[in-house]
Every structure is written in structure tokens, then in C-alpha cells.
Ligand binder design. Structure first.
Ligand code: GAP
Length: 445
């Protein structure tokens, strides 16, 4: 993991937030390559969930919502983690921290921070929502929350979307947006952070059909994850036991990935029943029933939710792509006999190609600039004329750039270039006029 974190910083994928001030705990910024990678993942999700389906609509709800939303959703009372304090070192830990020996609140409990015995308090519930104030007065009446999940923005708009889009049940609403949780034990780089992005879809169905839709969405979501190019043996399902289920869920399955720190979830499929809509109906005093135009039945729809973290999915993609390899042949003598390479699926890679003049003379830079200008109209491409060609290839391997376009002596004679494939290291000679078509074909999928 340390190697990936260091590559992410070195190559401009992810930086610690406010680093020059010593950093802000578990908050991260995406650099030039990271923002492209995460954007490509989000766009792929949006395309498959909204554009390619006739039964799902998109939404972008505000982060700030009426405070009663979070009472109705159960987050004010139920979105908590049990915490213990050490009276000696003043540190805070989750009560289920595996490093705690003994029972917190009892004399035998040992603080995992300072090692003192009997200094840990009994567990207390700690709400994970960030609070802030709306308007100029810092008083209880003005308290609002930063949303801890994007789903609620969808529930409170379900009738607006239904009516304006003229959808009929079953149908879904999809949204990508920021969520915030004051996590007690954040960590593992961008795996668990206090500010993150979710890609969530709520699918509204007739009561009684939710189990079928639940299975349907489980299959759809695994297919999408596999489409990211993730190795199948690194993926598995985990069904929540009774003690793991969130306060709103009747059934839940996680898609887990085998991270360097173990198997962990990065997406969940939840049967939320009519929990959220019924509670909003009660708290808002507004009818949220659906009138079935065929049967004239009225009911509150059940909800099957698919909820993925954009940052966690980005981490999965990065971890799965990271390889250290031996290099043989010409490339070994030019750039060294080992390389670090991100074998990202080409359509997800931040940069699609890099353009290299072999040397900075003999008309090569002029032709290379022209090719770079032509390509950038279609793809995100990079120009690099610094150092040996072997070193330039290696830099792009670390960035996950799938193709290296080299302009050499022959190029100025016959307008052809070599295209080096990041994974096979094989080179094709391609006419400069056919380069856009060649790359378009290779980047599909
Ligand atoms: N609306 C349902 C919901 O929020 P969740 O299991 O709490 O369910 C869904 O979160 C996904 O959001 C997780 O699988 C994960 O990818 C992402 N996520 C949750 N908390 C996160 C955190 N603190 N940092 C990064 N991603 C997080």
C-alpha cells in the first residue's frame, strides 16, 4: 500500500489535503491524473446507469437539506458508532477496535494508544454526521448537517422526478455526489475518508417484487465492476449478518475487493424496503404514495439501492492495476530491467497516449507537436521530450498511459509513427493520418 500511496503522490493522482499545513486527517485531494481517473469511472457509471437505461433518471440534489430529513431517515438517532475515551492519553477509539485488550469501562481494559490499564471509559454512542449552522446565528434551531449519504436527496425528490419524467414504477433515480462522515477510525489512504463521493441509485418497485429486483441489481452491479477490468479472483460477495445491517436495511450484500489490507467492501446493494419513504411521509406530512395507473392500487414503493463509493472504486482500480515487472530486451537496456506499471483499462486511463519526439532535432519536434495537437482534439494526451526514450516510456507506465507514440527519423520521411503498447511492449508502425482511428479502436470498451 505504501508504494501505491507514494506513486499516487509522485505522479499526481492523490495528495493529502492541506499538506503544507501538516495535512487534514483523512481528507485527500485529486491531482491532474487522479481527477481524470475518477471522472472516467464516474462517467462510466453514469453512462451505464442513466444513459443506457430507459427506466432510470439522473438527479443532482443539494448537499444541504432540511434538518428534519435526517430525523426521518433515522440518521440523527441511529447513525452512530460506539466510542471509548482514554482518561490518561485523551485519545478516542472505536469500542470494537481490535487493538483494545479487555472490556472498555472495566479495570482490565488496556488503551491501545498509551498502554495504560483501566483508563478506558465505557462505550458511548457518537453520531457520524458533521453539523454546521445555517444563517448567521449559531444556535440549535439553525443546525443543519452535511449529508452522510446521497440517497436521501433522491427520496425527497422521488415524486418530483416521477411526475416530471413521466416514469412508471419500477423505475430508478441515480445520483453522484459528495457525502461526509466524521469517521472515528478513518484511514487506508482514500479507502475511508471524512469527505467522499458516492454513486448511488435508488430503484423504486412494487412491494412484493423487491427480492427479484434485488437479485437483478446484484447481477448488474457485479457485471459493471468486472467491466472495469478488475481481476475476478479479487472480487467476492459478502452478505450482511443481522448485526451488520444498517438501520434502514432488511438485506444487504457488499461487493468486496481484496485490498493489500484485506477483503473490504466498496459497493453495497441494499433492500431498504419502504423504510425511507414511509418515514418521510410521516415526518413531512405529505403523501408519498404511488397510484398504479393499471390497477388503481395505491402503495408506498419499496427501494432496492445500489451504493458505490467513487473514491473506493478508484482505489480498487488503482490497487488492481499496480504491478512491478521485470523487463527484458531493448527496453531493459534503455530504461532499466524493472518497471512499475499501472495496467489500467485503456478507457479508464487518465492519459490515453503520450507523444515523444525521439530526439529534439531533425524536424522531429515539429512533427511531434503537430501530431500532439491533432490527437488532443480527441483524447487526453501528453507531450514529453525530456530524457531518454526508455525513461519517458517508464514515466508513462507509472501513469498508466496505454499508448506511446514515438516520432523518429523515419516519421519525417514517410509520416508514420511507432505506437508502443504499455502492456505487451510491442510496437506497431502506423500512418500519422490513421492514428486517431487506430487509438479510437484500441480505447473502446
Ligand atoms: N446509501 C447507503 C450507504 O451510504 P454505505 O455502505 O454506508 O451505504 C456505501 O456506503 C459506499 O460508500 C461504501 O461501499 C463505500 O464505497 C462508500 N463509503 C462509505 N463511507 C465511506 C468513507 N468514509 N470513505 C470513503 N467511502 C465511503
Amino acid at each position: 500500500m505504501d508504494k501505491l500511496v507514494s506513486l499516487a503522490k509522485r505522479r499526481g493522482f492523490v495528495f493529502q489535503s492541506s499538506e503544507i499545513y501538516g495535512g487534514l486527517g483523512s481528507v485527500w485531494d485529486y491531482g491532474p491524473l487522479g481527477v481524470e481517473l475518477k471522472k472516467n469511472i464516474k462517467e462510466r457509471w453514469w453512462r451505464s446507469m442513466v444513459h443506457e437505461r430507459h427506466d432510470i433518471e439522473g438527479l443532482d440534489a443539494a448537499i444541504l437539506m432540511h434538518p428534519k430529513v435526517w430525523e426521518a431517515s433515522g440518521h440523527v438517532s441511529g447513525f452512530t458508532d460506539p466510542l471509548v475515551d482514554c482518561k490518561q492519553c485523551k485519545n478516542r477509539f472505536r469500542a470494537d477496535d481490535p487493538r483494545i485488550k479487555g472490556t472498555p469501562g472495566q479495570p482490565d481494559a488496556q488503551c491501545p494508544g498509551c498502554g495504560s490499564k483501566g483508563t478506558l471509559t465505557a462505550p458511548r454512542q457518537f453520531n457520524l454526521m458533521f453539523k454546521t449552522f445555517m444563517g448567521p446565528v449559531e444556535e440549535q434551531a439553525a443546525v443543519i448537517y452535511l449529508r452522510p449519504e446521497t440517497a436521501q436527496g433522491i427520496y425527497v425528490n422521488y415524486l418530483n422526478v416521477l411526475q416530471s419524467s413521466r416514469q412508471k414504477i419500477p423505475f430508478g433515480i441515480a445520483q453522484i455526489g459528495k457525502a461526509f462522515r466524521n469517521e472515528i477510525t478513518p484511514g487506508n489512504f482514500i479507502f475511508r475518508t471524512r469527505e467522499f463521493e458516492q454513486m448511488e441509485m435508488q430503484f423504486f418497485v412494487k412491494p412484493g417484487s423487491e427480492n427479484e429486483w434485488f437479485e437483478n441489481w446484484r447481477a448488474e452491479r457485479m457485471k459493471w465492476v468486472e467491466g472495469l477490468g478488475i481481476r475476478r479472483e479479487k472480487l467476492r460477495w459478502h452478505q450482511h449478518g443481522k448485526d451488520e445491517l444498517a438501520h434502514y436495511a432488511k438485506d444487504a450484500y457488499d461487493i468486496q475487493y481484496e485490498f493489500p489490507f484485506g477483503w473490504q467492501e466498496f459497493e453495497g446493494i441494499h433492500n431498504r424496503t419502504d423504510f425511507d419513504l414511509s418515514n418521510h411521509q410521516k415526518h413531512a406530512g405529505k403523501k408519498l404514495e404511488y397510484l398504479d395507473p393499471k390497477t388503481n392500487e395505491r402503495f408506498i414503493p419499496y427501494v432496492v439501492e445500489t451504493s458505490a463509493g467513487a473514491d473506493r472504486t478508484t482505489l480498487v482500480v488503482l490497487c488492481d492495476a499496480y504491478r512491478e515487472e521485470e523487463v527484458k530486451g531493448d527496453e531493459a537496456s534503455e530504461g532499466g530491467d524493472t518497471r512499475v506499471v499501472l495496467k489500467l483499462k485503456p478507457s479508464l486511463a487518465p492519459l490515453k497516449a503520450a507523444v515523444f519526439p525521439l530526439v529534439n532535432k531533425d524536424g522531429m519536434p515539429e512533427l511531434a507537436h503537430k501530431i500532439h495537437d491533432d490527437l488532443r482534439r480527441y483524447f487526453n494526451v501528453f507531450y514529453d521530450d525530456g530524457g531518454s526514450i526508455g525513461r519517458r516510456y517508464r514515466r508513462q507506465d507509472e501513469a498508466g498511459t496505454p499508448f506511446g507514440v514515438t516520432i523518429d527519423g523515419q516519421s519525417t520521411q514517410d509520416q508514420t509513427v511507432t505506437v508502443r503498447d504499455r502492456d505487451t511492449l510491442k510496437q506497431d508502425r502506423v500512418s500519422a493520418t490513421k492514428l486517431v482511428d487506430y487509438l479510437t479502436q484500441k480505447l473502446a470498451g
